[in-house]
Write a protein that binds this ligand. Structure first.
Ligand SMILES: Cc1cc2nc3c(=O)[nH]c(=O)nc-3n(C[C@H](O)[C@H](O)[C@H](O)COP(=O)(O)OP(=O)(O)OC[C@H]3O[C@@H](n4cnc5c(N)ncnc54)[C@H](O)[C@@H]3O)c2cc1C
Length: 500
């Protein structure tokens, strides 16, 4: 972006910029939006909690520090599929106004860093950055997820030579602890910035541990406020996407491996209707950012405009897809529309990174029993295991939704997520049958044996006894949480269910 010649100063939300002295109008009683039953995405039932909307730091501090009893959890848009963003009998708080808008509060073109508000959605951040010629890989998630949630769930999207985790570009983040203090946690900054003052006195907190505990920490160690992120220059808001279909799981993984080591971004969609030797066949998509000359003339004038539309099928078909036989036929038909030899096309950024937004437009796809997402990561060498999971789920007679695989080639700082290079698999199951529970429990045991982990943000059924076996840094995370959340104010349905 050679034509950009001035810098906007980095402007993290501080007491001075976003807070104001407490006034009668921001007293806690006025923040409360009532008690509501909160569901997660795809879940037919929910739990009741008080809902607060914090519009500035003072309001947030008041809500957080006055939390008692069943505790409080920060909530974005409730798009996570398990119970991570619910707190039955307690409270939830969402970030509004000055904690969410504008999404980008500072840009430094020399250092290629931006400061973003974590209460903003991924779509907001993309929209504000792209128009200025910058992009941050923000994981995949739904475009309506907040960036705070993407970090707290260790969200992962298409990755390759660029790490597909939402946190990969984050250099440091600002959070409010449950004692109401605003702290900065820096990536890899261990033991260098040790002091965090709280009303109970200084605590020896290691900044790098704070960062690692927050990433994937499901909102349980602090409320994320803003982050300083590395940004990369782009000249268009389009992707050049190469797609090719595979005929087996082995070929899918081979193509994904190749694409992930040569392209910035790659991902695989799986055809769950395939059985036997064809199980795991799919479509491997790899992509790079389009240059202006890749665009047709009529698109060049608005090359950096963020287009969040995603092509979707007609709504009339969606409820019939709950029938496993119909879904099977549709998955199979779709597979045969995929290209047998590589084809290259142009897609808007949203279409490539947020293809799953389409699912969100079809509430009827979820069905009366809700949707189960079995999301897990396994070491790359254990790829063949994916076929046995798909076969076992098929045997239950449940209906497959979208199935995808991403490959991660880098190590991740998270303590509660996959921290090593791995394959991340997401299997959506609608209309779950009773047999599914036992099958997934068995799959969990196999995961432990392989050194894999269930993605906690999508989970609603994991046996708490397996948590310590799956997450090697769980003790470290628990110690950090005990140290930072001294009054145990941050809690969720998930943290209680899994005894986190
Ligand atoms: C159709 C669909 C597709 C999806 N695709 C993907 C995908 O490709 N990859 C992927 O990784 N996930 C995916 N997800 C999961 C989902 O997008 C993520 O869990 C996302 O982060 C949820 O965002 P949210 O704002 O709705 O968060 P919520 O569900 O409201 O909260 C999620 C977690 O974030 C925490 N949190 C929220 N705000 C804060 C804050 N300010 N500070 C600290 N913690 C906070 C909450 O406490 C909770 O633990 C998908 C979900 C759907 C419905």
């Amino acid at each position: 972006m050679g034509n950009l010649d001035t810098n906007t100063p980095i402007d993290a939300p501080t007491e001075a910029t976003t807070g104001s002295a407490a006034t009668p109008t921001n007293k806690i009683v006025d923040l409360r939006d009532g008690v509501r039953v909160l569901r997660s995405w795809g879940q037919p039932s929910g739990t009741a909690a008080k809902v607060y909307k914090a519009r500035d730091l003072d309001q947030l501090r008041e809500v957080v520090t006055s939390s008692t009893g069943r505790g409080l959890i920060p909530r974005g848009h409730g798009h996570s599929l398990g119970d991570a963003a619910r707190c039955g009998g307690g409270s939830v708080v969402t970030l509004k106004r000055s904690l969410a808008n504008p999404a980008v509060t500072g840009l430094n073109w020399e250092t290629q860093r931006a400061t973003v508000r974590l209460g903003a959605t991924i779509a907001q951040i993309n929209e504000e950055l792209l128009v200025r010629g910058w992009f941050i890989p923000t994981g995949s998630t739904t475009s309506q997820s907040t960036f705070a949630s993407a970090l707290s769930t260790n969200a992962l999207g298409p990755g390759g030579t660029v790490d597909g985790h939402a946190h990969s570009s984050v250099q440091s983040l600002v959070a409010m602890t449950s004692n109401g203090e605003v702290v900065t946690w820096e990536r890899d900054r261990h033991k260098s910035q040790p002091s965090v003052g709280t009303q109970d006195g200084p605590i020896d907190i290691d900044s790098g541990s704070g960062f690692s505990a927050f990433i994937g920490g499901l909102g349980l160690v602090g409320v994320g406020l803003s982050a300083e992120v590395a940004i990369e220059p782009v000249t268009t808001s389009w992707m050049v996407v190469e797609s090719v279909r595979s005929t087996s799981l082995a070929e899918t993984l081979q193509l994904l491996e190749m694409a992930s080591t040569t392209s910035p971004y790659a991902t695989a969609l799986i055809d769950p209707s395939a059985t036997g030797l064809k199980t795991g066949r799919g479509l491997v998509r790899s992509a790079r950012h389009a240059e202006i000359e890749d665009l047709p003339d009529n698109r060049q004038a608005e090359a950096l405009k963020y287009d969040e539309r995603i092509p979707s099928p007609p709504k009339s078909v969606s409820s019939r897809l709950l029938d496993p036989r119909i879904a099977h036929r549709v998955h199979k038909l779709r597979y045969y529309t995929w290209p047998t030899t590589p084809i290259v096309d142009l897609q808007p950024i949203a279409e490539f990174f947020h293809l799953d937004d389409v699912t969100g437009k079809y509430p009827s796809l979820v069905g009366p029993l809700g949707m189960v997402r079995y999301a897990f990561s396994i070491p790359q060498a254990s790829g063949p295991h994916i076929a046995s999971v798909l076969d076992a789920i098929r045997e239950t007679g449940s209906t497959f939704g979208r199935v995808s695989i991403n490959q991660t080639n880098s190590f991740s700082p998270t303590m509660l997520g996959h921290s090593r290079p791995c394959l991340s698999v997401t299997i959506d199951v609608a209309n779950p049958t009773l047999a599914l529970t036992d099958v997934l429990n068995e799959c969990d045991q196999e995961l432990v044996a392989l050194g894999g982990q269930v993605a906690l943000d999508s989970d609603s059924r994991l046996d708490a006894a397996l948590v310590s076996e799956m997450f090697e840094k769980i003790t470290q995370w628990r110690e950090f949480k005990a140290q930072i959340d001294t009054h145990q104010r941050l809690a969720s349905d998930l943290s209680r269910r899994l005894a986190l």
